[in-house]
Design a binder for this molecule. Structure first.
Ligand code: UD1
Length: 411
């Protein structure tokens, strides 16, 4: 059934989790608006910051954090293992307190996902780091971290953010070269600037940070979630509907939107909203996709686009260049009738006439939402197990889809 209606877009999870960590850099209060507080990942990060001693209060989409009462710089395994985003406390704790002990993270099972780039960067800023019993033990030199010129051998969102935060309180200037350019990093940088940080080059591959001696509290409204936006764009495309995505930014989704347009979907920014529409009786055209660091096509939309391509005219080739094990949705989509062949980092998706409902299993956050999308258009009923993955990153997804006419419920 074509989905029709409006969907409010939440604040970006991948910005919010880092902004919470930025709160550790100051003893003054931070106030966030448009915060996706109901997400499980946000609750894990809250648990971690409260463990460290922060006071946190929420109401609706607002969050206030005060890190003055911090009494420990150790982030324990039991909390960190739930979510990889917790590694982002390392840079701020080390920069402000001169030492930190953070468990090696867990997170989605989409590859080995090391943190070597985070560690090497901090070492270049003068930190002494040892790995013991699953923990990263970091010690800054007397007088604090030093500014450094850091050239990342590989583009990493998390390493760019950790080092950008650490550098705000370091002595001297830090240059991050081959830095990541994701809108969430720009959002974090803009918030750090409101806190008194001196940062140039946000959104480019070279970020320059001049360290200051202390940062202050700030108010910040979190950037809209481009991955949630892209996911609902695909929902409109797959069902042949028309959805207005409220408070969303097409400029953050240029690669994904260009690909959608090639399949035969209309996408346009209308003021603060994005309208996505497809003629219901026309089949989508197959397209080729390669995931890349921003502004390339985001790996976090790869599974959703694959779900869409299962029904396209002809075939599409998907190449995943960011994570080595990010095709776990393939066998689940195959259970619903999809025709997909995986060769190493690429998958050929041959369009079929229809998908059929089945019992399937969510394996990671974005894979699970791809199964929801497939279920929306499959003939019959689809049951998705292990939806806790979904709840890590999609606020009120059942209500948002129901509001546009989907038949979906949480059981
Ligand atoms: C972030 C996002 C995630 C997204 C990813 C890529 C959050 C909480 N998560 O993850 O949703 O899929 O960016 O857009 O924001 N790598 C190393 N060594 C390191 C760090 C990374 O080899 O020290 C590798 C990773 O294994 C991966 C690649 O670099 O192959 C990119 O990872 P990175 O950009 O760091 O992803 P995350 O920040 O973990």
């Amino acid at each position: 059934m074509p989905l029709r209606g409006e969907i409010p877009i939440s604040g970006a999870k991948n910005a919010a989790l880092k902004l919470m960590c930025a709160s550790l850099l100051t003893d003054q209060s931070m106030h966030f608006e448009n915060s996706p507080n109901t997400l499980r990942d946000m609750q894990s990060q809250t648990e971690l910051l409260e463990y460290l001693g922060c006071t946190i209060s929420h109401s609706h989409n607002a969050m206030a954090i005060n890190a003055r009462p911090i009494h420990t710089q150790t982030a324990p395994y039991d909390i960190v293992r739930k979510m990889r985003g917790s590694i982002l406390v390392l840079g701020p704790l080390l920069a402000r307190f001169g030492h930190a002990k953070v468990s090696l993270p867990g997170g989605c099972a989409i590859g080995t996902r090391p943190v070597d780039l985070h560690i090497q960067g901090l070492e270049e800023m003068g930190a002494t780091i040892t790995l013991e019993e699953g923990y990263i033990n970091a010690q800054a030199p007397a007088g604090g971290l030093n500014g450094a010129k850091i050239l990342f051998p590989k583009v990493s969102v998390g390493a760019t953010e950790n080092l950008m935060m650490a550098a705000t309180l370091a002595r001297g200037t830090t240059i991050l070269a081959n830095a990541a350019r994701e809108p969430e990093i720009v959002d974090l940088g803009e918030c750090l600037i409101k806190m008194g940080a001196k940062i140039d080059g946000l959104g480019t591959d070279t970020i320059r940070i001049e360290g200051v001696s202390s940062l202050n509290g700030a108010h910040h409204s979190i950037v809209p979630d481009r991955i949630e936006t892209g996911t609902y764009m695909v929902a409109a495309a797959m069902t042949g509907g028309e959805i207005l995505l409220k408070n969303a930014r097409l400029e953050h989704l240029s690669a994904a939107a260009a690909h959608l347009t090639h399949t035969g979907v209309t996408v346009e920014q209308l003021g603060n909203d994005i309208l996505v529409a497809r003629t219901p009786d026309r089949r989508l055209k197959g397209i080729d996709i390669m995931t890349e660091p921003h502004p390339g096509f985001p790996t976090d939309l790869q599974a959703q686009f694959m779900a869409m391509l299962t029904l396209c005219e002809g075939a599409g080739l998907i190449t995943e260049t960011i994570f080595e094990n990010r095709f776990m949705h393939v066998p689940e989509l195959a259970r619903m009738g999809a025709d997909i062949t995986v060769h190493g980092h690429s998958a050929i998706v041959r369009g079929v006439e229809k998908l059929t409902g089945a019992e399937v299993m969510a394996t990671d956050l974005r894979a699970s939402v791809a199964l929801v999308l497939a279920g929306l258009v499959a003939e019959g009923e689809t049951t998705i197990n292990r939806i806790y993955h979904l709840e890590r990153g999609y606020e009120r997804i059942v209500e948002k889809l129901e509001g546009c006419g989907a038949i979906i419920k949480k059981v």
